[in-house]
Design a binder for this molecule. Structure first.
Ligand code: F6P
Length: 357
């Protein structure tokens, strides 16, 4: 008999349910019995003992369901060692709840922050298996995270839809794409949606170059221009600043986001009608795409196998299309960014896409 705890932590995304279902399906197809305990709202459930034993019915019909049946929350790693408002030691509380239930393993689904805490729990002696979720695709040690491809589809659709108004009105449109500090989502959705300019954190932009790219298109007879702008896009000037100077500079920042600032600069300098569209959290919403359903199921299945074999302390990821186990200590605390010299960037530039550099 295996006793497994499960939780989803951090921002939700597509295919969290598909991944959990994969783990449970794999376990239930083995000869070993398993009890699954679902902890609610991320680490909060493990800290405060908010859980329920799950049955097969809980995992039925959830392959296509967005969000997470367990709920989620953000529990910042930087304050995980601090006592809560009632003086509770959160790490000790998680260990206690794990031991009191007699768990063999915790399956933890999450992104970067989640993995830091998961690794800490491993260091504290708990058996941990993690699954890589996030629309940002910024988790180190895996080529892909689930949720990413579904979000690419949604952001691409947003850019597709914007083409109508952009071309009818001859406008400049900036579509702000999520992705936190990295540009994977923006790069992929931008290329898939035929964006003319793609601005990502890994390639700081020069406003003059962005405006030149717009004028170049006009000179070739294109009256409209679409920019895919990562929420973390950064100008060359700001990228060159020290952390301290940047903090000071951002105190006077008066726009909702950098996308609006770029739009304002473009409109003022070119006189061209410029608009911003922000799909926002819609990018994390709805059913997982087919790729993510298959991918998350594969990850879940391998996680189930590791549990059955008693192999703990790994994130299950994908490399070169093969599902692999990656030691948690190699994943935690590292960000996977786009290499500005990667071939995809060169190929995009050869297609005429400007990165504003
Ligand atoms: O990490 C996923 C993500 O959607 C990022 O792309 C975005 O920066 C962030 O979460 C938004 O967080 P929240 O849902 O807390 O507003």
């Amino acid at each position: 008999m295996k006793k497994i705890g499960m939780l989803t932590s951090g921002g939700d995304c597509q295919a969290l349910n598909a991944a959990m279902r994969g783990v449970v399906k794999c376990l239930s197809n083995s000869t070993e019995n398993a009890e699954i305990y679902g902890f609610y709202d991320g680490y909060r459930g493990l800290i405060y003992g908010d859980y329920r034993m799950l049955t097969h019915a809980d995992f039925s019909g959830i392959l296509t369901k967005g969000g997470t049946i367990l709920g989620t929350s953000r529990t910042p790693f930087k304050s995980i060692r601090e006592l809560d408002e009632n003086g509770l030691d959160k790490v000790e509380a998680m260990k206690r709840n794990y031991r009191n239930l007699g768990l063999d393993c915790m399956v933890i689904l999450g992104g970067n922050g989640t993995h830091k805490t998961a690794n800490l729990l491993r260091e504290e002696g708990l058996n941990i298996i993690t699954l890589p979720k996030t629309i940002d695709n910024d988790l180190y040690g895996t080529d892909m995270t689930f949720g990413f491809q579904s979000a690419v589809d949604i952001a691409t659709n947003a850019i597709d839809l914007i083409h109508t108004t952009a071309s009818s009105h001859g406008r400049i449109f900036l579509v702000e794409v999520m992705g936190h500090k990295v540009g994977w989502l923006t790069l992929n959705a931008g290329m898939a949606g035929g964006a003319d300019i793609i601005l990502i954190p890994e390639i700081p932009y020069d406003t003059d170059k962005v405006i030149k790219a717009i004028y170049d298109r006009q000179a070739r007879g294109s009256k409209f221009t679409i920019l895919a702008v990562a929420e973390g896009a950064v100008s060359k000037e700001r990228a060159a600043m020290s952390k301290h100077d940047l903090k000071e500079e951002m105190k006077n920042f008066r726009y909702p986001s950098v996308t609006y600032e770029i739009a304002d600069i473009i409109e003022k300098r070119t006189g061209l009608e410029t608009r911003v569209a922000v799909p926002g959290h819609m990018q994390r919403g709805g059913s997982p795409c087919a790729y993510d359903r298959v991918f998350a199921s594969r990850l879940g299945s391998e996680a189930g196998r590791l549990i059955l074999e008693g192999e703990y302390g790994f994130m299950v990821g994908i490399r070169n299309r093969e599902i692999v186990k990656v030691p948690l200590e190699d994943v935690a605390g590292k960000l996977k960014m786009i290499d500005p010299d990667a071939s995809i960037i060169k190929e995009a530039k050869m297609l005429g896409i400007s990165f504003g550099d």
